[in-house]
Design a protein around this ligand. Structure first.
Ligand code: FES
Length: 169
């Protein structure tokens, strides 16, 4: 009886302990099934989660009117990239995104200035110099059901005077 019974002329007990191709392909197949299953499961969970509980990303709260109106002046909200301005019991919210190429403008004494290419805007956000092609936009503000002031970034207001909102306290 020959010592070796396979084409590689090795004893079974001498075989390389590495994983066989068949086993590797089976594991890879199961891995792919697990990945697809996980992705589908995550998508289904997101679908089943009630949308009513999610706050749309275009909406954010400024807080209660009494708190918002307590301090006059303009404040930069870095997370939202907006300036919120309070004056004489009114509030308005303007984007801080430069209309040239999207840099964040800085508040200066005369209005706003873009650090990227030098565009300037006046205190109402009208473009006054540099390559900016149009004024800074305002967003609609309203009082939500919770009583807080909400900014809707999906509703844009072109005219600075229409950007003011007078909340009831
Ligand atoms: S991005 Fe503001 S001036 Fe160019």
């Amino acid at each position: 009886m020959p010592k070796y019974r396979n084409s590689l002329n090795v004893l079974n007990k001498d075989k390389d302990p590495q994983i066989s191709r068949r086993r590797f392909l089976a594991l890879a197949g199961w891995g792919a099934v697990a990945c697809v299953g996980g992705a589908l499961g995550a998508a289904m969970l997101g679908y089943l989660y009630p949308n009513a509980l999610k706050i749309p990303p275009s909406l954010f709260s400024l807080g209660r009117p009494v708190d918002v109106l307590a301090s006059e002046g303009r404040v930069f909200l870095p997370k939202q990239k907006v300036f919120v301005e309070v004056a004489r019991g009114r509030v308005r919210c303007m984007t801080a995104i430069c209309t040239h190429l999207g840099c964040t403008v800085n508040a200066v004494e005369t209005g706003y200035k873009c650090p990227c290419h030098g565009s300037t805007y006046d205190l109402d956000g009208d473009n006054t110099g540099g390559p900016a092609p149009s004024p800074l936009l305002y967003y609609r503000i309203y009082k939500g059901a919770s009583g807080e002031l909400l900014v809707d970034k999906s509703r844009r207001i072109d005219t600075p005077s229409e950007g003011w909102f007078t909340p009831t306290v």
